[in-house]
Design a protein around this ligand. Structure first.
Ligand SMILES: Cc1ncc(COP(=O)(O)O)c(C=O)c1O
Length: 354
């Protein structure tokens, strides 16, 4: 599903030169490399300001805090997403309220949002890079763009965003990293202070009124790695889109790819099929890795199950039983892609014959 050593080889000269320059500069926390990365990454995601933090999870946490979300507030999250989306809400003492997804895509269904008088925000997860549009809402929207680097135009519904640079992301660091995204400089400033002991800049002692901060910064080494990888992003996206088009054209009829728009960054290529587990087993037998994003709705996670009646998210339940992500990354060859397709076609004709 990923080959990070092969990916590094694509950008090795630039990344290693940049990392060495940081090592020799002595500027490891903050400094010009971090500032440049924050500026360029904010632009990539379509925001005016970016605040580098330690991970995508922390980006969600500090974005929610900077938006003023308080303990006990309800925040709506989609039933199909990585656990961290809801975890960030729970981590600050707020209540993640799980909502069902659309029947065509695992994105929040605007028709069934469980808005109440206590709802203070909605997290729109742009899963796999597919934009999650929502109508005008009475509460602010936080964009979880952890999987949406390179979406064109940027996947953006709300006024604040959070991205992850976990190494396997299309734009990944060589370790953990994330960024809080905002147009409002006051939100960006609040997030910067919260993620750095209340300090607006390294070594500048100040506090955010009424909050404990923490230590969660994107360090200069990871910022240098990300700047090196940014130069390869367009080529990565082009290759991922070409592989996705080859899959679209070559898959048997009842293995259906999720619909996607032309600017989709193909962070994951996901198909739906009623015979998902048999197909995954056939691919595994041919030593082809696949993944299920995600195996069960968030509402059935033990940490979240309280207050979420079973069966309340029927579209998510159906999606989780049928979805399978096929390998799609820039280091796959045409031969790799053909082998995936051949294996799927063979498994499929075997099943039909039985
Ligand atoms: C949708 C989504 N949200 C949040 C995160 C959390 O990001 P991180 O792993 O950098 O903390 C991820 C990363 O896997 C993700 O895919």
């Amino acid at each position: 599903m990923a080959d990070l050593a092969a990916r590094h080889a694509r950008v090795a000269d630039d990344v290693e030169r940049r990392v060495l320059a940081v090592l020799r500069s002595g500027r490891y926390i903050g400094g010009p490399v971090v500032t440049e990365a924050e500026r360029r990454l904010a632009t990539l995601f379509g925001y005016a300001h970016g605040v580098g933090v330690n991970s995508g999870t922390d980006a969600l946490i500090y974005a929610l805090m900077a938006m003023g979300i308080q303990p006990g507030d309800e925040v709506i999250v989609p039933a199909v997403t990585f656990f961290a989306t809801a975890e960030a809400v729970g981590r600050i003492g707020a209540i993640p309220v799980v909502a069902d997804v659309r029947d065509d895509l695992p994105l929040l269904d605007p028709g069934t949002l469980p808005l109440t008088a206590r709802t203070r925000a909605v997290i729109a997860v742009h899963l796999f890079g597919e934009p999650c549009p929502l109508p005008a809402l009475p509460v602010p929207v936080l964009d979880d763009v952890a999987q949406a680097a390179g979406a064109s135009p940027p996947a953006r519904t709300g006024s604040v965003g959070a991205a992850s640079f976990y190494p396997t992301k299309t734009l990944g660091a060589a370790g953990d990293g994330g960024i809080v995204l905002a147009d409002d400089p006051a939100i960006a400033d609040a997030a910067r202070k919260l993620a750095s002991h209340g300090m607006p800049a390294p070594y500048v002692h100040d506090r955010v009124n009424g909050h404990f901060g923490a230590n969660s910064r994107l360090d200069a080494m990871q910022a240098a790695v990300l700047l090196g990888h940014l130069a390869d992003l367009d080529a990565r996206l082009a290759r991922r889109r070409a592989i996705a088009a080859a899959y679209d054209a070559g898959l048997p009829e009842d293995v259906r790819p999720l619909p996607r728009g032309p600017g989709h960054p193909v962070h994951h290529y996901v198909v739906r099929t009623p015979g998902r587990d048999a197909l995954a087993a056939a691919l595994a037998a041919a030593e082809i890795e696949t993944a299920v994003y995600y195996r069960r709705p968030l509402s059935s996670e033990p940490a979240l199950a309280g207050g979420h009646p079973a069966g309340a998210v029927p579209n998510a339940v159906r999606y989780c039983a049928e979805a399978l992500a096929l390998p799609v990354h820039e280091c796959l060859t045409d031969g790799d892609v053909d082998r995936v397709l051949d294996t799927i076609r063979r498994a499929h004709s075997r099943t039909r014959a039985e």
